[in-house]
Structure formats: C-alpha cells, structure tokens
Design a protein around this ligand. Structure first.
Ligand code: SF4
Length: 367
C-alpha cells in the first residue's frame, strides 16, 4: 500500500514535556486530546458513568468530574475504575479531596490554587502524594477565581495576572521536584485568553490545557472557543482542549473534535462539503445537506461527501470528493471517485448518496 503523506498543519506543535493522564499521553509527543466534564452529581455513580460512556462514544479522550462534597469523593474510586477513559477530579477549596482523588486512582487532579486555602503550604504534600501514585495534575487558573493578591496587584484578571499566578504555582511544584502537570489560564474573553496562553507558552515547557471559560450557549460558545483555540493551535500552542458550552457535554466533544479535524490535528472523519446555495440553485441544498448528514450520522470513515446545488461548482467539487452530487433540472448526477456513476431523479439523491457512502465505507473496511 502507498504511504500517504500526513495532511498539512499550520504550525508544528510547541515542544513540551510529556506525561500521562491515565493511559492518555499529554504533551507535544502526543496528539492534542479532547476533554469534557460531566454535568451529573458525581456521587450519582450510575448517572455519572452513563454520561462518561456517552462522552466516550462521542470521542472524548479524558473526562473531568466535579468533587465538591465527601459523597463525591467517596464515589471517585468506582468511577475511576469503571470509566473507559481517564478521569480527572476537579478540586476547589478542599485539599483533602486532592488526596482522596489521588488515592481513588484518578488519572489526574485539577487544582485551582486561587481557591484552595493555604495552597502554597500544601504543595509539598500534594506533589509527594501525586508522584508516589503516578498521578498528574492540572494547575487550573481561572479569571473568576484569581488569587486575591494578584487581583489587588493587577486590579482585574489580566493576561499578566493569570500568567503570574500559573507560573508561581508551577514553580512551587517544581521546587518539590514535581513536573507532571499541565496548566490552564482560562478567561471568558477569547482575546485575553489567547494573550494569556501566548505569554504562558513563552515561560516554560508545560503542556497547556486550552479553555475559554463560561463561553456561553452552544452557538456563541462554539464560535468563541473555535476562534481562540484556532488562534492558539495554529501557532502550535495547546495540548488538551475543552470547549465549555452551556449545552450537553457530548456537544462540547463534537465541537472539540471538529475543531481538531479542521486543523488537521486529528484525522478527518466524515466531511460533508455542501455549497451555501444561491440564486442558481436548482435544488433545496439545505435540506439535501441536512438529510445526507442525518443519514450518515455516526459514520466514522474518512469520506468527503459533496452536496452541490447546481452545475457551476457542482461537478468540480463533487469530482474532488469521494462521493458527491451535482444537482440540476430535477436530477442529480452522482459522482464516485471523480466519475459519474449514475444520474438519479431528485427524490432519490439522498438514498443514493447514503447507499454509495455505505458501499465505500465497506470497501475501506476490506482494504
Ligand atoms: Fe450557487 Fe451552484 Fe455554487 Fe451552490 S454550487 S452556491 S447553487 S453556484
């Protein structure tokens, strides 16, 4: 078989140290991974595991769970053991839960230094416990919970303030010879967030976890995250990502995966190439594209399917794709691998495309 060249990327990854979160490698030697966070009460073990299974099925690499109470901490061992993907425990305020999460077998623990009282005094013990158990950490600095000292110094959560907090906490762990941690400096404003990560990337070789915090409902949050992550990933900055949406977490994963696929940082799966339609369209392109997308939902094969409204760009794009249709005069010319294989009446376009896509997918499986 011919060796395919890897698809182009906008920039090589920024070199970082590497470590594991459970069995997922994090850092520039590994692919950028997609994270999400459960919305269930963590102590509701069944509901949490059910949601983790859904996230795993939608392509999530690492999942984070909140741990605000004793009951949640007690649930961590079973969740960590039964989850198909590594679990990160999210700890605010209470250092005792950091130790509980480490003992529970979580892949990593997220600590928020701004929110843990006397955090600096705890670093040595946390570092030792994590190191002894092979658990990694994330130092998660957040604009909304920045250390009071830095708020006083900078007046608000500026990029400089976020970075100063992160670098300070990183240095404390490193003084205790602990190095397996990534850092996030999240802000709700994509511009401030991008500036903070760019600054942080210059300061050390830590893997960086990207997030625009409180990004909003699905539409706004998707755009904000795509804008900010795109700016950073196109410079090689970012090793794990979490798209925060006020929407079910599986949606976050879908967006995260699509984002990485768009930048060629993750192999592309199914791709629908559809035109925006215009006054020349001779078919309802939106409906056609929606129906084909729906009909091929869940297909994992790297197929490009072109759905084009007329003969202007239609045949060209359709020829370029693995499979496509160029519509016109109530008919659709179906292309497979650049050749017209048949012309079908408009009402058979969708079923024909789905049939052909499934046939091509089967052929790929046999290869
Ligand atoms: Fe318009 Fe045809 Fe282009 Fe679609 S393919 S946008 S219908 S010109």
């Amino acid at each position: 078989p011919s060796i395919k060249e890897p698809p182009p990327v906008l920039s090589p990854r920024r070199p970082t140290r590497n470590f594991n979160v459970g069995d997922v490698g994090v850092g520039s030697d590994h692919p950028v991974s997609v994270q999400s966070m459960t919305t269930t009460k963590t102590h509701d073990i069944n509901a949490t595991l059910q949601q983790i299974a859904e996230l795993t099925a939608s392509g999530c690499d690492i999942v984070r769970v909140a741990c605000p109470t004793d009951k949640d901490a007690q649930a961590l061992p079973i969740i960590a053991q039964k989850s198909q993907i590594p679990v990160i425990a999210d700890i605010h305020f209470q250092p005792k839960y950091v130790y509980a999460a480490i003992e529970a077998g979580c892949g990593a623990v997220r600590v928020n230094p701004g929110n843990i009282r006397k955090f600096d005094d705890q670093v040595g013990d946390i570092a030792k416990a994590a190191k002894d158990s092979g658990v990694s950490l994330r130092i998660g600095v957040n604009a909304g919970s920045l250390d009071k000292r830095l708020m006083d110094k900078y007046g608000k959560a500026t990029p400089e303030a976020l970075v100063e907090s992160a670098v300070w906490e990183a240095s404390l762990f490193e003084e205790h010879d602990f190095h397996d941690f990534k850092i996030s400096v999240k802000h709700h404003d994509p511009v401030v967030m991008v500036q903070a990560y760019q600054m942080l990337a210059e300061r050390g070789d830590w893997p960086l976890h990207l997030g625009v915090t409180e990004a909003g409902p699905a539409f706004q949050g998707t755009i904000k995250s795509a804008t900010a992550f795109g700016a950073l990933l196109s410079q090689g900055i970012g090793d794990t990502i979490r798209v925060s949406l006020s929407a079910p977490p599986a949606e976050e994963v879908k967006v995260g995966n699509q984002l990485l696929e768009s930048l060629n940082l993750r192999p592309r799966k199914l791709e629908i190439v559809s035109c925006p339609s215009c006054g020349r369209a001779q078919v309802d392109v939106y409906k056609l594209a929606d129906d084909v997308t729906e009909g091929l939902e869940g297909m994992e094969h790297p197929l490009r399917v072109a759905v084009m409204g007329c003969v202007v760009n239609g045949p060209g794009e359709a020829r370029d794709a693995d499979l496509g249709v160029a519509s016109g005069n109530g008919k659709g010319q179906i292309f497979v691998k650049g050749e017209v294989i048949k012309t079908v009446p408009e009402d058979q376009i969708v079923e024909t495309l789905i049939e052909e896509a499934n046939r091509l997918a089967e052929e790929m499986d046999l290869d």
